[in-house]
Ligand binder design. Structure first.
Ligand SMILES: *Cc1c(COP(=O)(O)O)cnc(C)c1O
Length: 411
C-alpha cells in the first residue's frame, strides 16, 4: 500500500548537494537532532562538539559562527548567547560564587551595574566600582574576596580609553581573573589576547564578551552575544553554565550575523573615519566644551588608545560631546530633537546614526573618580550615511541650539 502524501512528504529523502560550495553557508535549524540508532544516542558527546545532539548544543550553522567569532577575537572557543547582556550574566553566574566579589570600572556599560545590583546580591556575590584610569587604584581595590575584574575599553558613554595592559598586569600579579567587554574594539581595534604592554611584550585577558548586536550584526536588527576564551578548562566551565541555563540563539539570527561578518572591517573602518571627521568638526564648534573620542588628541585616555590601538589605528564609530555649560539640559535635548538624520535611540554599529543625551553625574560615584565636566553629554553613534550629510544635520541642529539660547536670554 502506498503511504499517504502527508507521510511521504514528511519522510521525503533529503541529501545535501554533493560538491556544492557557495559564499554563504546553509542555515540549519533544529531543536531535535536524529540519531541513527540507540547506540549513537547513548555514546553522544555534545561537550567536545563531536557530532550533534540537540538544538541547544549547537548546529552546523551555530558552530560555524562560533568558530568565526573565536577567530575574530583571537581566541580558541566561543559560546553564543541571546544578547550582550546575557553574555555578561553568563560569565558572572559561571565564574562567581557566594562570598566572591567582582570589581567593575565606574564607566562600565550601565546595565551591568543594574544586573549586579538586582541579581548578584541575591546569590551573596558582591560588587564594587574602581577607577578604570588608575591601575594603582585597582590594585588597592582588590580585596581577599575579589575573584574577577571587569574591563571595558573604551569606557561606555564617556569613552575614556583605560591603561589596559597595566590593568591586566595588576590582575595577573594579584591572581585575579580579568574579563573584557570587547564590544568597542570588536576584535578589530586590538587583539584582546595580545595586548601590547611595551617593549614588544603582550598581555592577555582571560575571557572576552562581545555584544554581537553592534558591529558583527551591523544591521540594528539582531540581538546576540558571545563569550570567547582561549583556555579549554575555562571554556568548559562557561559551557556547562551555558548549557544548564538553557541559553540558545535562533538560527535565522545566526545567519544574519554570518551574512554581516564579511563586511565587518569595511563597516568598522568607514564608521571610524566618519566619526573622527565629525568629532574633529564638533571640537571646533563654540557650543561644544569637550569631545570624548579616544583617538583624538586631548581626549581622556588618548595616550592609552595610542599604545593599544596605535598599530591598527582603529577606533569604533562612536563618541560623545559635552556641551558648554551655558546650554542647559532642555536646550541640549532640543538639539537632539532637532537632528533629522541622527535618530534618537540606543545601540550602535548599525546603518543609521543615533543620538542619546546622558546625565553622567547620576551614573558615576564621585568617590571613585569625579566627573570633571559640568555640561550635558550627548553620545553620537555614526552610521553608514554620507559624512557630509551628517555634518550638515549637526550644523542645522546646532543652529537651533543657538536660537533657543537667544530666546532664553531675551526673557
Ligand atoms: C550593547 C552593549 C552591551 C549589551 O549588548 P545587548 O546585546 O544590547 O544586550 C554590552 N556591552 C557593551 C559595551 C555594549 O555596547
Amino acid at each position: 500500500m502506498t503511504e499517504s502524501i502527508a507521510t511521504r512528504l514528511i519522510h521525503h529523502p533529503y541529501r545535501p548537494p554533493e560538491g556544492f560550495d557557495a559564499p554563504q553557508p546553509a542555515v540549519h535549524k533544529a531543536s531535535t537532532v536524529f540519531f541513527p540508532n540507540v547506540a549513537a544516542l547513548e555514546s553522544r558527546d555534545w561537550k567536545q562538539k563531536q557530532g550533534y545532539t540537540y538544538g541547544l548544543h549547537g548546529t552546523p550553522t551555530s558552530f560555524l559562527l562560533e568558530e568565526r567569532l573565536a577567530a575574530l577575537e583571537g581566541g580558541t572557543d566561543c559560546l553564543l548567547v541571546p544578547s550582550g547582556l546575557a553574555a555578561i550574566a553568563t560569565v558572572w553566574l559561571s565564574l562567581l560564587r557566594t562570598g566572591d566579589e567582582v570589581l567593575l570600572p565606574d564607566n562600565v556599560y550601565g546595565p551591568s551595574k543594574t544586573l549586579a545590583d538586582g541579581e548578584l546580591a541575591a546569590f551573596g556575590i558582591g560588587w564594587r566600582r574602581y577607577d578604570a584610569m588608575d591601575p594603582a587604584a585597582l590594585d588597592a581595590a582588590i580585596g581577599t574576596n575579589t575573584r574577577m575584574v571587569w574591563l571595558e575599553a573604551a569606557g561606555s558613554v564617556t569613552m575614556e580609553f583605560p591603561p589596559l595592559a597595566a590593568l591586566v598586569e595588576v590582575c595577573r600579579r594579584r591572581g585575579v581573573r580579568c574579563v573584557l567587554d570587547n564590544t568597542w574594539g570588536a576584535g578589530l581595534a586590538f587583539d584582546p589576547f595580545l595586548i601590547p604592554a611595551g617593549e614588544g611584550a603582550t598581555v592577555a585577558v582571560d575571557v572576552t564578551i562581545h555584544a554581537l548586536t553592534k558591529y558583527p550584526s551591523g544591521g540594528g536588527d539582531v540581538l546576540m552575544g558571545s563569550i570567547v576564551t582561549r583556555d579549554a578548562a575555562l571554556h568548559m566551565q562557561l559551557k556547562m553554565t551555558h548549557m544548564r541555563l538553557g541559553l540558545g540563539v535562533g538560527a535565522n539570527d545566526v545567519e544574519s550575523v554570518l551574512r554581516s561578518l564579511p563586511s565587518i572591517a569595511l563597516r568598522y573602518d568607514a564608521q571610524d573615519a566618519a566619526a573622527r571627521t565629525l568629532a574633529r568638526w564638533l571640537a571646533e564648534q563654540p557650543a561644544v566644551a569637550q569631545v570624548l573620542h579616544p583617538a583624538l588628541e586631548g581626549a581622556p585616555g588618548h595616550a592609552h588608545w595610542q599604545s593599544v590601538c596605535g598599530a591598527t589605528n582603529r577606533a569604533a564609530g562612536i563618541f560623545s560631546v559635552v556641551f558648554d555649560r551655558r546650554h542647559d539640559r532642555s536646550q541640549v535635548h532640543a538639539f537632539c530633537d532637532a537632528l533629522e538624520r541622527f535618530r534618537i535611540g540606543y545601540s550602535w554599529g548599525g546603518p543609521v546614526s543615533l543620538v542619546v543625551p546622558y546625565d553622567i553625574a547620576g551614573m558615576r560615584d564621585p568617590a571613585v573618580a569625579p566627573w570633571p565636566y559640568a555640561g550635558t553629554l550627548v553620545r553620537l553613534c555614526i552610521g553608514l550615511e554620507d559624512v557630509e550629510d551628517l555634518r550638515v544635520d549637526l550644523a542645522q541642529a546646532l543652529a537651533t541650539l543657538d536660537r533657543s539660547r537667544s530666546h532664553a536670554g531675551a526673557d
